[in-house]
Design a protein around this ligand. Sequence first.
Ligand SMILES: C[S@@+](CC[C@H](N)C(=O)[O-])C[C@H]1O[C@@H](n2cnc3c(N)ncnc32)[C@H](O)[C@@H]1O
Length: 223
Amino acid sequence: MADVGCDHGYLGIYLLQSGQASFVHASDLREMPIKRAMQNAAQYGVAEKMRFSRADGLTAVQAGTVDTVVCAGMGGDLIAQIVEAAPWLKQEGYTLILQPQSSGNDLRRYLGEAGFAITEERLVQDGRFLYAVMKVRYGGGKPLSPGRQYASDALLSSDDPLLLPYLSRIEHSLKKTVAGISKGITEEDRKKLAYYGAALEEISVLLQAIKTDERGQSHACRE
Ligand SMILES: C[S@@+](CC[C@H](N)C(=O)[O-])C[C@H]1O[C@@H](n2cnc3c(N)ncnc32)[C@H](O)[C@@H]1O
């Protein structure tokens, strides 16, 4: 696998140690993380199964040398740029694991428009933060509605226990965004309002349906 933006390199080290990967290409834009990742790999005895590159995105990774690419802990727009700059990913056989730190909607929009499909999506809680992790493959992707750019069909059908708090947070933040731009007068403001307003409406409907469903289920349990 390739770990783009590997920082400390712990993900690759763990996957090698646990036998889930046989080779890891760890790459990072900056020199310090690469040095640290090399030291950590040596310390944990997996350095000979790793390659290290100081590089922007996937520029140092050659097509066919990995079957899985991980981009974690970066903004969704940056992850989209990194994927788009590696056209070899646009063929079957590659699995992408993407974990945007922010702008997940921009990443999902890009993926859909570029033909990538989110085949699985799950949520992870770290302290008070919630993060989405997506499994993505090329093929079958299509442009997504504004709401689905915030919560994919894969996530909605996952039964993830964090789905309700996740959608509630998205609804809350979209309400604030819509309130903030609703007085805007420029053409750009109107476009943004249409986008965020549509996303808010979709998320609110989804949230309501889940809440109603949960109420129905707890009622059925009591009976
Ligand atoms: C917050 S860390 C995430 C580390 C690790 N992937 C994780 O999830 O724990 C982001 C890392 O991405 C690297 N980075 C930022 N832009 C990059 C790019 N264009 N190409 C490669 N790495 C990049 C940074 O140097 C940093 O080490």
